[in-house]
Design a protein around this ligand. Structure first.
Ligand code: AVJ
Ligand code: FE
Length: 445
Protein backbone atom coordinates (compact mmCIF):
# COMPACT_ATOMS: atom_id res chain seq x y z
CA UNK A 1 0.00 0.00 0.00
CA UNK A 2 1.15 3.54 -0.65
CA UNK A 3 1.35 6.02 2.18
CA UNK A 4 -1.85 7.70 0.98
CA UNK A 5 -3.66 4.37 0.95
CA UNK A 6 -2.47 3.61 4.46
CA UNK A 7 -3.70 6.93 5.70
CA UNK A 8 -7.03 6.49 3.89
CA UNK A 9 -7.51 3.13 5.60
CA UNK A 10 -6.67 4.58 9.02
CA UNK A 11 -9.02 7.55 8.50
CA UNK A 12 -11.89 5.31 7.35
CA UNK A 13 -11.37 3.10 10.43
CA UNK A 14 -11.34 6.07 12.83
CA UNK A 15 -14.45 7.60 11.27
CA UNK A 16 -16.22 4.24 11.46
CA UNK A 17 -15.18 3.69 15.09
CA UNK A 18 -16.54 7.11 16.04
CA UNK A 19 -19.83 6.45 14.25
CA UNK A 20 -20.21 3.00 15.81
CA UNK A 21 -19.83 4.56 19.23
CA UNK A 22 -22.26 7.39 18.44
CA UNK A 23 -24.74 4.78 17.24
CA UNK A 24 -24.33 2.74 20.42
CA UNK A 25 -24.87 5.80 22.62
CA UNK A 26 -27.94 6.97 20.67
CA UNK A 27 -29.68 3.61 20.20
CA UNK A 28 -29.30 2.49 23.83
CA UNK A 29 -32.22 4.72 24.85
CA UNK A 30 -35.62 5.40 23.29
CA UNK A 31 -36.65 8.45 21.25
CA UNK A 32 -38.09 10.25 24.26
CA UNK A 33 -34.76 9.92 26.02
CA UNK A 34 -32.91 11.22 22.96
CA UNK A 35 -34.86 14.47 22.79
CA UNK A 36 -35.09 15.01 26.52
CA UNK A 37 -32.69 17.18 28.45
CA UNK A 38 -31.23 15.03 31.21
CA UNK A 39 -29.42 17.95 32.85
CA UNK A 40 -29.23 21.69 32.11
CA UNK A 41 -25.47 21.09 31.85
CA UNK A 42 -25.91 18.89 28.82
CA UNK A 43 -27.48 19.00 25.37
CA UNK A 44 -30.21 16.54 24.45
CA UNK A 45 -28.45 13.55 22.85
CA UNK A 46 -30.19 14.32 19.56
CA UNK A 47 -28.41 17.70 19.46
CA UNK A 48 -24.99 16.03 19.68
CA UNK A 49 -26.06 13.58 16.99
CA UNK A 50 -26.86 16.31 14.44
CA UNK A 51 -24.04 18.64 15.59
CA UNK A 52 -21.46 15.94 14.85
CA UNK A 53 -22.88 15.52 11.32
CA UNK A 54 -23.05 19.29 10.80
CA UNK A 55 -19.37 19.78 11.77
CA UNK A 56 -18.40 16.91 9.48
CA UNK A 57 -20.30 18.56 6.63
CA UNK A 58 -18.78 21.97 7.39
CA UNK A 59 -15.14 20.84 7.56
CA UNK A 60 -14.95 17.93 5.18
CA UNK A 61 -17.61 18.52 2.53
CA UNK A 62 -17.58 22.33 2.43
CA UNK A 63 -14.05 23.37 3.49
CA UNK A 64 -12.09 20.47 2.06
CA UNK A 65 -14.46 19.35 -0.69
CA UNK A 66 -15.72 22.78 -1.76
CA UNK A 67 -19.36 21.56 -1.77
CA UNK A 68 -22.40 23.75 -1.16
CA UNK A 69 -24.20 23.55 2.20
CA UNK A 70 -26.77 20.73 2.32
CA UNK A 71 -29.17 22.50 4.72
CA UNK A 72 -27.83 26.03 5.39
CA UNK A 73 -30.88 26.88 7.50
CA UNK A 74 -29.91 24.39 10.19
CA UNK A 75 -26.33 25.60 10.68
CA UNK A 76 -27.20 28.10 13.46
CA UNK A 77 -29.09 25.43 15.43
CA UNK A 78 -25.96 23.32 15.71
CA UNK A 79 -23.48 26.13 16.27
CA UNK A 80 -22.35 25.65 19.88
CA UNK A 81 -21.75 29.39 20.24
CA UNK A 82 -25.22 30.49 19.13
CA UNK A 83 -27.12 28.54 21.75
CA UNK A 84 -25.89 27.49 25.21
CA UNK A 85 -26.61 23.88 26.19
CA UNK A 86 -29.48 24.83 28.50
CA UNK A 87 -31.40 26.42 25.58
CA UNK A 88 -30.97 23.61 23.10
CA UNK A 89 -34.03 21.50 23.97
CA UNK A 90 -36.31 24.40 22.98
CA UNK A 91 -34.81 24.74 19.49
CA UNK A 92 -36.58 23.27 16.44
CA UNK A 93 -34.01 20.47 16.31
CA UNK A 94 -34.00 17.65 13.79
CA UNK A 95 -35.91 14.62 15.05
CA UNK A 96 -33.75 11.56 15.83
CA UNK A 97 -34.54 9.87 12.49
CA UNK A 98 -33.74 13.01 10.51
CA UNK A 99 -30.51 13.58 12.42
CA UNK A 100 -29.43 10.00 11.75
CA UNK A 101 -30.30 10.33 8.07
CA UNK A 102 -28.34 13.59 7.81
CA UNK A 103 -25.29 12.00 9.46
CA UNK A 104 -25.52 9.01 7.15
CA UNK A 105 -25.80 11.20 4.06
CA UNK A 106 -22.83 13.33 5.08
CA UNK A 107 -20.73 10.28 5.90
CA UNK A 108 -21.44 8.66 2.52
CA UNK A 109 -20.25 11.78 0.72
CA UNK A 110 -17.21 12.06 2.99
CA UNK A 111 -16.18 8.50 2.17
CA UNK A 112 -16.44 9.34 -1.55
CA UNK A 113 -14.28 12.39 -0.96
CA UNK A 114 -11.78 10.31 0.99
CA UNK A 115 -11.37 7.94 -1.97
CA UNK A 116 -9.92 10.74 -4.09
CA UNK A 117 -8.20 12.74 -1.37
CA UNK A 118 -4.48 13.49 -1.70
CA UNK A 119 -2.92 14.29 1.63
CA UNK A 120 -0.77 17.20 0.58
CA UNK A 121 -1.19 20.77 -0.57
CA UNK A 122 -3.67 22.68 1.56
CA UNK A 123 -2.77 22.43 5.23
CA UNK A 124 -6.19 21.05 6.18
CA UNK A 125 -5.39 17.97 4.09
CA UNK A 126 -1.79 17.59 5.20
CA UNK A 127 -1.45 14.13 6.76
CA UNK A 128 -5.24 13.93 6.74
CA UNK A 129 -5.58 16.54 9.50
CA UNK A 130 -9.19 17.62 8.78
CA UNK A 131 -10.35 13.99 8.74
CA UNK A 132 -8.48 13.31 11.98
CA UNK A 133 -9.96 16.43 13.53
CA UNK A 134 -13.49 15.29 12.62
CA UNK A 135 -12.94 11.77 13.99
CA UNK A 136 -11.66 13.35 17.21
CA UNK A 137 -14.58 15.78 17.30
CA UNK A 138 -17.16 12.99 17.09
CA UNK A 139 -15.33 10.99 19.78
CA UNK A 140 -15.23 14.07 22.03
CA UNK A 141 -18.99 14.37 21.69
CA UNK A 142 -19.27 10.65 22.38
CA UNK A 143 -17.60 11.27 25.73
CA UNK A 144 -19.98 14.17 26.33
CA UNK A 145 -22.91 11.88 25.48
CA UNK A 146 -21.50 9.31 27.89
CA UNK A 147 -21.60 11.99 30.60
CA UNK A 148 -25.24 12.64 29.63
CA UNK A 149 -25.93 8.92 30.07
CA UNK A 150 -24.36 9.08 33.54
CA UNK A 151 -26.68 11.97 34.47
CA UNK A 152 -29.74 10.24 33.06
CA UNK A 153 -32.19 8.83 35.61
CA UNK A 154 -33.76 5.47 34.81
CA UNK A 155 -32.91 1.82 34.31
CA UNK A 156 -29.39 1.12 33.04
CA UNK A 157 -28.98 1.51 29.28
CA UNK A 158 -25.27 0.80 28.84
CA UNK A 159 -23.23 -2.18 29.94
CA UNK A 160 -19.57 -3.12 29.71
CA UNK A 161 -17.31 -5.66 31.38
CA UNK A 162 -15.55 -4.68 34.62
CA UNK A 163 -11.87 -3.78 34.44
CA UNK A 164 -9.47 -6.45 35.70
CA UNK A 165 -8.67 -6.43 39.42
CA UNK A 166 -5.51 -4.58 40.46
CA UNK A 167 -2.24 -6.37 39.67
CA UNK A 168 -0.43 -8.14 42.53
CA UNK A 169 2.11 -5.35 43.06
CA UNK A 170 -0.50 -2.58 43.34
CA UNK A 171 -0.63 -2.75 47.15
CA UNK A 172 3.18 -2.45 47.41
CA UNK A 173 3.64 0.52 45.11
CA UNK A 174 5.39 3.56 46.59
CA UNK A 175 2.91 6.31 47.36
CA UNK A 176 4.77 8.76 45.12
CA UNK A 177 7.35 8.81 42.34
CA UNK A 178 10.24 11.21 41.79
CA UNK A 179 10.54 13.29 38.62
CA UNK A 180 14.01 14.83 38.23
CA UNK A 181 14.37 18.57 37.62
CA UNK A 182 15.45 20.23 34.39
CA UNK A 183 14.09 21.21 31.02
CA UNK A 184 11.84 18.97 28.97
CA UNK A 185 9.94 19.36 25.71
CA UNK A 186 6.28 20.21 26.30
CA UNK A 187 3.67 20.13 23.52
CA UNK A 188 4.23 18.93 19.99
CA UNK A 189 5.05 20.26 16.54
CA UNK A 190 5.13 16.86 14.85
CA UNK A 191 2.08 14.85 15.97
CA UNK A 192 -0.02 15.10 12.78
CA UNK A 193 -3.48 15.17 14.36
CA UNK A 194 -2.58 17.24 17.43
CA UNK A 195 -4.92 20.20 17.89
CA UNK A 196 -3.80 23.84 17.92
CA UNK A 197 -3.56 24.22 21.72
CA UNK A 198 -1.02 21.35 21.94
CA UNK A 199 1.38 23.25 19.65
CA UNK A 200 4.17 24.16 19.30
CA UNK A 201 6.75 21.98 21.07
CA UNK A 202 8.74 24.19 23.44
CA UNK A 203 11.20 23.69 26.29
CA UNK A 204 9.95 24.12 29.86
CA UNK A 205 12.12 23.99 32.95
CA UNK A 206 10.40 21.94 35.66
CA UNK A 207 12.15 21.63 39.04
CA UNK A 208 12.26 18.20 40.70
CA UNK A 209 8.98 17.12 42.27
CA UNK A 210 7.14 14.11 43.61
CA UNK A 211 3.87 12.88 42.10
CA UNK A 212 1.35 10.33 43.35
CA UNK A 213 2.03 6.97 41.71
CA UNK A 214 -1.69 6.53 40.99
CA UNK A 215 -4.77 8.75 40.97
CA UNK A 216 -6.34 9.45 44.39
CA UNK A 217 -8.70 6.59 45.26
CA UNK A 218 -12.25 6.54 46.65
CA UNK A 219 -10.91 5.22 49.99
CA UNK A 220 -8.40 8.06 50.29
CA UNK A 221 -11.04 10.60 49.32
CA UNK A 222 -13.51 9.14 51.85
CA UNK A 223 -10.89 9.78 54.57
CA UNK A 224 -10.88 13.46 53.62
CA UNK A 225 -14.66 13.50 53.99
CA UNK A 226 -14.57 11.60 57.30
CA UNK A 227 -11.94 14.00 58.63
CA UNK A 228 -14.33 16.91 58.07
CA UNK A 229 -12.55 18.13 54.95
CA UNK A 230 -15.73 19.66 53.56
CA UNK A 231 -16.31 21.65 56.74
CA UNK A 232 -12.86 23.15 57.21
CA UNK A 233 -12.21 26.35 55.24
CA UNK A 234 -8.47 25.94 55.86
CA UNK A 235 -8.31 23.44 53.00
CA UNK A 236 -10.23 25.50 50.47
CA UNK A 237 -9.37 28.55 48.42
CA UNK A 238 -11.66 31.53 49.02
CA UNK A 239 -13.52 30.87 45.76
CA UNK A 240 -13.63 27.17 46.50
CA UNK A 241 -15.08 27.68 49.97
CA UNK A 242 -17.71 30.05 48.63
CA UNK A 243 -18.68 27.50 45.99
CA UNK A 244 -18.67 24.65 48.51
CA UNK A 245 -21.13 26.66 50.67
CA UNK A 246 -23.38 27.80 47.85
CA UNK A 247 -23.55 24.42 46.09
CA UNK A 248 -23.66 22.56 49.43
CA UNK A 249 -20.93 20.18 48.37
CA UNK A 250 -20.38 17.33 50.81
CA UNK A 251 -19.12 14.42 48.68
CA UNK A 252 -18.36 13.70 45.00
CA UNK A 253 -21.27 13.95 42.57
CA UNK A 254 -23.27 10.68 42.49
CA UNK A 255 -22.15 9.66 46.02
CA UNK A 256 -24.69 9.07 48.75
CA UNK A 257 -24.33 8.05 52.39
CA UNK A 258 -26.40 4.98 53.26
CA UNK A 259 -24.49 3.84 56.34
CA UNK A 260 -21.64 3.48 53.87
CA UNK A 261 -20.76 5.43 50.74
CA UNK A 262 -22.63 4.25 47.68
CA UNK A 263 -22.26 5.62 44.19
CA UNK A 264 -24.65 5.78 41.26
CA UNK A 265 -22.92 4.71 38.05
CA UNK A 266 -24.85 4.51 34.76
CA UNK A 267 -28.08 3.66 36.54
CA UNK A 268 -26.61 1.18 39.05
CA UNK A 269 -26.16 2.11 42.71
CA UNK A 270 -23.51 0.14 44.59
CA UNK A 271 -20.98 0.66 47.40
CA UNK A 272 -17.92 2.58 46.29
CA UNK A 273 -14.94 0.45 45.32
CA UNK A 274 -12.20 1.53 47.76
CA UNK A 275 -9.18 1.18 45.47
CA UNK A 276 -10.85 2.76 42.42
CA UNK A 277 -9.78 6.29 41.43
CA UNK A 278 -12.26 8.90 42.67
CA UNK A 279 -14.49 10.36 39.94
CA UNK A 280 -16.79 13.37 39.57
CA UNK A 281 -14.99 15.83 41.80
CA UNK A 282 -14.61 19.46 40.78
CA UNK A 283 -11.32 21.35 40.74
CA UNK A 284 -12.16 23.02 44.05
CA UNK A 285 -12.64 19.64 45.73
CA UNK A 286 -9.43 18.23 44.24
CA UNK A 287 -7.51 21.32 45.32
CA UNK A 288 -8.94 21.15 48.86
CA UNK A 289 -8.14 17.45 49.18
CA UNK A 290 -4.55 18.10 48.12
CA UNK A 291 -4.12 20.83 50.74
CA UNK A 292 -5.65 18.60 53.42
CA UNK A 293 -3.14 15.91 52.43
CA UNK A 294 -0.28 18.41 52.86
CA UNK A 295 0.25 18.45 49.13
CA UNK A 296 -0.92 20.32 46.02
CA UNK A 297 -2.22 19.63 42.53
CA UNK A 298 0.52 19.19 39.91
CA UNK A 299 0.97 21.95 37.36
CA UNK A 300 0.13 21.07 33.79
CA UNK A 301 3.85 21.10 32.92
CA UNK A 302 4.63 18.75 35.80
CA UNK A 303 1.89 16.39 34.66
CA UNK A 304 3.17 16.32 31.10
CA UNK A 305 6.78 15.89 32.19
CA UNK A 306 5.80 12.95 34.41
CA UNK A 307 3.90 11.44 31.48
CA UNK A 308 6.47 11.95 28.70
CA UNK A 309 9.97 12.73 29.87
CA UNK A 310 12.46 9.92 29.52
CA UNK A 311 15.51 10.71 31.69
CA UNK A 312 17.54 8.03 29.90
CA UNK A 313 17.35 9.83 26.54
CA UNK A 314 16.18 13.32 27.53
CA UNK A 315 13.37 12.94 24.96
CA UNK A 316 9.65 13.45 25.39
CA UNK A 317 7.74 10.30 24.47
CA UNK A 318 4.37 10.25 22.73
CA UNK A 319 2.93 8.29 25.66
CA UNK A 320 4.14 7.26 29.12
CA UNK A 321 5.03 3.75 27.89
CA UNK A 322 6.81 4.90 24.71
CA UNK A 323 5.87 5.95 21.21
CA UNK A 324 3.41 3.20 20.28
CA UNK A 325 -0.31 3.92 20.09
CA UNK A 326 -2.47 2.92 23.10
CA UNK A 327 -3.61 -0.71 23.32
CA UNK A 328 -5.94 -2.40 25.82
CA UNK A 329 -2.96 -3.69 27.80
CA UNK A 330 -1.59 -0.26 28.69
CA UNK A 331 -4.56 2.01 29.37
CA UNK A 332 -8.28 2.06 30.10
CA UNK A 333 -9.66 4.08 27.19
CA UNK A 334 -12.47 4.00 24.64
CA UNK A 335 -15.45 3.09 26.84
CA UNK A 336 -14.29 -0.54 26.97
CA UNK A 337 -15.28 -0.30 30.63
CA UNK A 338 -17.77 2.05 32.25
CA UNK A 339 -15.49 2.88 35.16
CA UNK A 340 -11.85 3.50 36.00
CA UNK A 341 -9.61 0.52 36.69
CA UNK A 342 -8.29 0.02 40.27
CA UNK A 343 -5.33 2.14 41.35
CA UNK A 344 -2.07 0.50 40.27
CA UNK A 345 -3.51 -1.11 37.13
CA UNK A 346 -1.64 -1.23 33.81
CA UNK A 347 1.99 -1.68 34.91
CA UNK A 348 2.87 -1.95 31.20
CA UNK A 349 1.55 1.56 30.71
CA UNK A 350 3.74 3.10 33.43
CA UNK A 351 5.89 6.16 32.74
CA UNK A 352 9.68 6.07 33.20
CA UNK A 353 9.13 7.64 36.65
CA UNK A 354 6.97 4.66 37.64
CA UNK A 355 3.71 6.64 37.68
CA UNK A 356 0.75 4.56 36.49
CA UNK A 357 -2.57 5.36 34.80
CA UNK A 358 -1.53 8.78 33.57
CA UNK A 359 -3.38 7.94 30.38
CA UNK A 360 -6.99 6.74 30.67
CA UNK A 361 -9.17 5.94 33.71
CA UNK A 362 -9.89 9.51 34.93
CA UNK A 363 -9.18 12.98 33.62
CA UNK A 364 -6.75 14.59 36.06
CA UNK A 365 -7.23 18.14 37.25
CA UNK A 366 -4.05 20.21 37.21
CA UNK A 367 -3.43 23.47 39.04
CA UNK A 368 -2.98 25.33 35.75
CA UNK A 369 -5.19 27.80 33.93
CA UNK A 370 -5.90 27.06 30.26
CA UNK A 371 -3.42 29.30 28.42
CA UNK A 372 -1.76 29.28 24.99
CA UNK A 373 1.79 27.97 24.64
CA UNK A 374 4.41 30.46 23.45
CA UNK A 375 4.05 30.67 19.65
CA UNK A 376 0.42 29.45 19.66
CA UNK A 377 -1.51 30.03 16.42
CA UNK A 378 -5.27 29.37 16.31
CA UNK A 379 -5.97 26.73 13.65
CA UNK A 380 -8.15 25.87 11.87
CA UNK A 381 -10.70 27.86 13.92
CA UNK A 382 -10.52 30.19 16.91
CA UNK A 383 -13.54 28.63 18.61
CA UNK A 384 -11.80 25.34 19.33
CA UNK A 385 -9.29 26.75 21.84
CA UNK A 386 -8.51 30.41 21.57
CA UNK A 387 -11.81 31.79 22.81
CA UNK A 388 -11.43 29.69 25.99
CA UNK A 389 -7.93 30.76 27.01
CA UNK A 390 -7.83 32.52 30.35
CA UNK A 391 -7.98 32.03 34.11
CA UNK A 392 -11.59 30.90 34.26
CA UNK A 393 -10.77 27.42 32.93
CA UNK A 394 -8.52 24.80 34.55
CA UNK A 395 -6.62 22.21 32.54
CA UNK A 396 -7.30 18.48 32.80
CA UNK A 397 -4.90 15.88 31.44
CA UNK A 398 -4.64 12.24 30.55
CA UNK A 399 -8.14 11.25 29.45
CA UNK A 400 -10.74 9.03 31.07
CA UNK A 401 -12.13 5.55 30.40
CA UNK A 402 -14.59 7.39 28.13
CA UNK A 403 -11.95 8.92 25.85
CA UNK A 404 -11.09 7.25 22.57
CA UNK A 405 -7.41 6.62 21.75
CA UNK A 406 -7.72 8.85 18.67
CA UNK A 407 -8.28 11.85 20.92
CA UNK A 408 -5.88 10.84 23.69
CA UNK A 409 -2.23 11.84 23.69
CA UNK A 410 0.22 12.86 26.39
CA UNK A 411 0.06 16.34 24.84
CA UNK A 412 -3.76 16.52 24.71
CA UNK A 413 -5.25 19.35 26.77
CA UNK A 414 -8.80 19.41 28.11
CA UNK A 415 -10.27 22.27 30.11
CA UNK A 416 -13.35 23.10 32.15
CA UNK A 417 -14.67 25.41 34.83
CA UNK A 418 -13.38 24.65 38.34
CA UNK A 419 -16.95 23.94 39.52
CA UNK A 420 -17.69 21.20 36.97
CA UNK A 421 -18.26 17.64 38.23
CA UNK A 422 -20.26 15.82 35.55
CA UNK A 423 -17.10 15.15 33.53
CA UNK A 424 -15.11 11.99 34.23
CA UNK A 425 -12.55 13.81 36.34
CA UNK A 426 -10.38 12.79 39.26
CA UNK A 427 -6.86 13.89 40.16
CA UNK A 428 -3.55 13.01 41.73
CA UNK A 429 -1.43 15.16 44.05
CA UNK A 430 2.17 16.38 43.98
CA UNK A 431 4.71 18.06 46.21
CA UNK A 432 7.84 20.08 45.56
CA UNK A 433 11.21 18.78 46.72
CA UNK A 434 12.05 20.70 49.90
CA UNK A 435 15.13 22.88 49.43
CA UNK A 436 16.90 21.10 52.28
CA UNK A 437 16.44 17.72 50.64
CA UNK A 438 19.10 16.53 48.24
CA UNK A 439 17.72 14.93 45.07
CA UNK A 440 17.43 11.21 45.75
CA UNK A 441 19.92 8.98 44.05
CA UNK A 442 18.66 6.29 41.69
CA UNK A 443 19.22 3.72 44.45
CA UNK A 444 17.08 5.56 47.02
CA UNK A 445 14.25 5.88 44.58
C1 AVJ B 1 -12.18 20.11 24.60
C2 AVJ B 1 -13.91 18.85 25.65
C3 AVJ B 1 -13.62 21.17 26.18
O1 AVJ B 1 -16.59 19.58 24.55
O2 AVJ B 1 -16.39 21.72 24.79
C4 AVJ B 1 -16.34 19.64 21.08
C5 AVJ B 1 -14.41 19.69 22.76
N1 AVJ B 1 -15.04 21.35 20.97
N2 AVJ B 1 -16.78 20.43 20.11
C6 AVJ B 1 -15.94 20.63 24.47
C7 AVJ B 1 -15.25 20.20 21.63
C8 AVJ B 1 -16.00 21.50 20.03
C9 AVJ B 1 -14.50 20.58 23.98
N3 AVJ B 1 -13.57 20.18 25.09
FE1 FE C 1 -18.56 20.20 18.98
Amino acid sequence: MTEDENLRTRIAAELAAARDRTTLLTTAVDEADLVKQHSPLMSPLVWDLAHVANQEELWLLREVGGRDPMHPEIDPLYDAFEHPRAERPKLPLMAPGEARGYGHEVRGRVLDLLEQARFEGPRLLDEGFAFGMIAQHEQQHDETMLATHQLRVGPPALTAPLPDPAPADAARLPREVFVPGGAFTMGTSTEPWALDNERPAHPVDVPSFYLDTTPVTNAAYAEFIADGGYDDPRWWTADGWEHRQRAELSAPLFWQWEGEWVRQSFGVTAPIIPNEPVLHVCWYEADAYARWAGRRLPTEAEWEKAARYDPATGRSRRYPWGDSDPSPGVANLGQRHLRPAPGGSYPDGAAPSGARQLIGDVWEWTSSDFLPYPGFVAWPYKEYSEVFFGPEYKVLRGGSFGVSPVVCRSTFRNWDYPIRRQIFAGFRTARSVPETEAAPTARER
